[in-house]
Design a protein around this ligand. Structure first.
Ligand code: GRF
Length: 191
């Protein structure tokens, strides 16, 4: 499968996916990384992996629709089969999502439908839940709302700091996202 990754930040999930594809010889190739933040560390990580990066500065466009049409054109010429969102901090329009039906996957650092949005780890921590976790789901035009593919719980032990929780969540993410990708490839979701 020819895949695009869309990311806004550090890119640790991108790196975990790329490592798994190489180390486990998964039948997939990340052919493009789309980034919306020019300072994002994921840009260097992708370049180091030899993967072409397209930076799309939404502010340079009059509307989200225009920014998305640049991305959609790029992905069409890349002939991608699917998209993995990995910390992409923007909502995709209904039109964008409909272009790749059931072929856009996201990772969220909480157990949806609890704690959607940008601050899933912090929100769960401050609420005081004893169990949070990681969710992989299909993407719809809503926020963190599509069908759930996989979930892994992470316990919040008494006295655990927010920083320690974040480390645990990210460790789990870096295992569950590649595993889920492997599973989806086996199921032929991107064929
Ligand atoms: C991850 O926690 C992911 O669940 C969330 O954004 C974060 C991205 O981290 N959607 P990274 O850029 O992959 O390191």
């Amino acid at each position: 499968a020819r895949l695009a990754v869309m990311a806004s930040g550090r890119g640790s999930n991108f790196a975990a996916l790329q490592a798994a594809i190489l180390n486990e010889a998964l039948p997939a190739k990340i052919v493009r990384v789309i980034v919306d933040q020019k300072e994002a560390a994921v840009i260097e990580k992708a370049k180091a992996a030899g993967i072409p990066v397209t930076l799309v500065d939404y502010h340079a466009f009059a509307s989200r629709t225009q920014a998305e049409s640049i991305i959609l054109d790029r992905l069409a010429s890349d002939r991608i089969d699917g998209i993995l969102l990995a910390g992409y901090m923007r909502i995709l329009s209904a039109h964008f999502v409909a272009t790749y039906p059931n072929r856009i996957i996201n990772i969220h650092p909480a157990l949806l439908p609890s704690f959607p949005g940008r601050h899933g780890i912090e929100d769960a921590f401050h609420y005081g839940v004893k169990v949070t976790g990681v969710t992989i789901h299909y993407v719809t035009a809503g926020v963190d709302s599509g069908q759930i593919i996989a979930q892994v719980p992470v316990k919040i032990e008494d006295g655990m700091s927010l920083a320690a929780l974040a480390v645990s969540i990210h460790e789990v993410e870096h295992v569950v996202y590649p595993q889920t990708l492997k599973h989806l490839l086996k199921e032929g979701v991107f064929n």
